[in-house]
Design a protein around this ligand. Structure first.
Ligand SMILES: Nc1ncnc2c1ncn2[C@@H]1O[C@H](COP(=O)(O)OP(=O)(O)OP(=O)(O)O)[C@@H](O)[C@H]1O
Length: 312
């Protein structure tokens, strides 16, 4: 759905983006992470055919940005990081205005506007003035606007920026819904956790260069090459600790209090792939397990591990 090769944009001597390579398939949700000024907006504006690159190639749904910009505009929904709303319009009028611009005509237009309003949970604000909406609602209206023509590809530039925690969660929920509808989504943010649970691919851009471009599942696999168990027991924890230390399956054990409870964090040897054998050893030594689970690893930790040194 999106194919980018050697994409570069220069402003004088400054590389806003440099040699970007990226491929996204239909249904991919790509989280585009980077600090302010890293090049996210530049990349998205080029894909949206609003900006010419200095060199490089980009295709959206098989259409080249150089030769088929009109075709690209029909299949994308681009939500910029800042967009204006017309002061004296009601929410529904605002959407009808853009629907007309997309040449959506006839009785179907009203239904489409009502449908997208429902999708973004703004049906109840249908007749409110756009200027009366909160920032979160305005962002949702912006999303409704780019969904009017049912685009296959969504380019969303920091849709959650400036929102309070509740509004951020709402936007995330909405993105999940769009993902479930099969849309291909490129969504930028400068914070990783915001995108962690909705993306299947993640790119990290810094100073114009895509320094990480990976499958979320691969990253998880790479980081988790060894199983780490969190274990608590009823009774003396030292007994369990010594059983674990003596176990041929265990590489290391550390003991520390977590939320007031003594926990044994146990890293298994790379070749030990059945944690239940460790449970059995503890059981046979008379330890009563009160917790025995694999340590959860979140995407943020995984990326911090992988990008250590690269992003500093
Ligand atoms: N029109 C322009 N003229 C000169 N430099 C520009 C122009 N547009 C962008 N830049 C520079 O290109 C770089 C990339 O900017 P870009 O807006 O793509 O970053 P971004 O990752 O989207 O940042 P933000 O999170 O702040 O939106 C920045 O250094 C910016 O100052």
């Amino acid at each position: 759905m999106i194919e980018i090769h050697g994409l570069t944009k220069k402003y004088g001597d400054l590389f806003a983006i440099r040699d970007i390579e990226l491929e996204l398939a239909a249904g991919d949700v790509f989280g585009f992470i980077g600090p302010n000024g890293a090049g996210k907006t530049t990349t998205m504006r080029i894909l949206a055919t609003l900006l010419h690159p200095t060199w490089g190639e980009a295709y959206v749904a098989g259409h080249s940005i150089y030769t088929k910009p009109k075709e690209i505009r029909r299949v994308i929904g681009y939500m910029p990081d800042f967009f204006g709303v017309y002061d004296d319009m009601k929410v529904i009028e605002y959407l009808e205005f853009f629907a007309a611009a997309y040449r959506i005509r006839g009785p179907g237009r009203k239904k489409i506007c009502d449908d997208v309003l429902e999708l973004v949970d703004l049906g109840y604000k249908r007749d409110a003035l756009v200027t009366s909406l909160s920032r979160g609602m305005t962002q949702r209206l912006g999303l409704a606007r780019v969904l009017l023509h049912d685009p296959q590809v969504l380019l969303l530039d920091e849709p959650a920026s400036g929102l309070d925690p509740r509004a951020r969660i709402e936007i995330r929920g909405l993105l999940k819904e769009l993902r479930n509808m099969g849309k291909t989504i490129m969504v930028s943010s400068h914070i990783l956790p915001e995108l962690a649970d909705i993306c299947n691919k993640i790119g990290i851009i810094e100073r114009g260069e895509l320094i990480v471009n990976a499958d979320v599942a691969d990253v998880m696999r790479q980081v988790r090459q060894q199983t780490v168990l969190k274990i608590t027991v009823a009774g003396p924890i030292e007994v369990a600790a010594s059983v674990l230390e003596a176990s041929p399956l265990v590489e290391s054990v550390t003991q520390a209090a977590e939320h007031g409870v003594e926990v044994l964090t146990t890293t298994l040897k790379a070749e030990a792939n059945d944690p239940s054998l460790v449970a059995q050893e503890l059981f046979e030594a008379g330890c009563r397990l009160t917790m025995f689970k694999e340590e959860e690893i979140n995407l943020e930790t995984a990326f911090m591990t992988l990008t250590q040194g690269i992003t500093s």
